[in-house]
Design a protein around this ligand. Sequence first.
Ligand SMILES: [Zn+2]
Length: 417
Amino acid sequence: MSEILLKNVALWPGYGPSVQPDMSILLSKGKVSRIAPSSVIEAPEGARVVDGAGATAIPGLSDIHVHLTTNSDMRQVVDNATYRALVPGTEKLLHGVRNGLKALAAGFTTLRVMGHRDSGDVELSAMIDRGLIPGPRLSVAPWVVSMTGGRGDLFYPAAWPRQALDTADGIEECRKVVRLQRKLGADFIKFTASAGTLSAGDKVHWPNYTVDEMKVIVSEAHDYDMRVAAHAHSTEGIRRVLAAGVDTVEHGSFIDDACIEIMLKQGTWLVPTLSISDFTIANGEKSGARPEGIAKMKIARDQRRDNIRKAMQAGVKIAMGTDSSGNLCPFGQHAREIELYVETGLSPQAALETATIGAAAALGREDVSGRLQEGAIADVVLVNGNPLDDIYVLRREGGIRAVFKDGRDVTRPWPAL
Ligand SMILES: [Zn+2]
């Protein structure tokens, strides 16, 4: 792998208010080997030189809530329940490859993946790590742990046959599903602690699981160094997951002041996922969502924005996650979430940090992502302009000039997506 010198860039290291002008960045052997003013750095023999004039170099971005193996074909919309139940795992995996490439081209080099069972999320992650397939660095939960009749279960038609431990109930099954997922290569555990908006037959204020069941999921996962993400919309669901000691609260729609206080005290991360309702409501039934799901989403969205704003203003730690999911919330559009945080009241700097140092800390992977500095993994995005001044540049046509992951140029990993 030849060295790459990114010359004459402005540099934003992934945190802080300022950008350093006229810098050069040397990428060697997968790492950022040197950062210095352009006037003092020479291209090593044989290095490829990329002129970055007019661009800002930022660290590769992270989206820590995606469903990778969902429909990647925006021209052929498939209803969510039909996709989950009827599309074979092999086809889901191929969609996952495409979705990963779309994320990469958009500057997202790290994804935390809520997997589909038997759809190859874990195997794809391993092949990407070995450099055999281009794609973002993945952190995977093999499938969503759900109680019988819980949110993860209700995505499937009621009479649909389920495998052992597709659902887990009671202390012993909750313990066993975590151990089984660990054996199959889980990086973290995801469980559902409340009803959802798009699952059929449940109400958004319902909790899922007792605190005792959640506690065994959390302690079992923590024993094996896995973090725990909990899907929780309802106030009661959020209250319970905080009592159980989860690491990240996903969605958090109906978070109240008492929960905000506990999150601040426990240092729990909030992953707001504002994008999915933004896209789904904008696209209506064209997104593949059912009318009743869209209606539930609309009610939840308006209250959610106000509640999330309160949590942000109180200083709850925010990590960026979109809930990217097939036709509902398309891959490649991840930066919409950052825009929504700005529209909800965060500064552009704080909003960007949720996808750099924030996401890396929530993942517990500060060693691989979030900072653009000497010695870091060489995940670098060249943005045409300065996202601190213009947050919308990240999603604008031509806004992403180049993407490097592990020191390789992955700007156009696949010509047409
Ligand atoms: Zn999700």
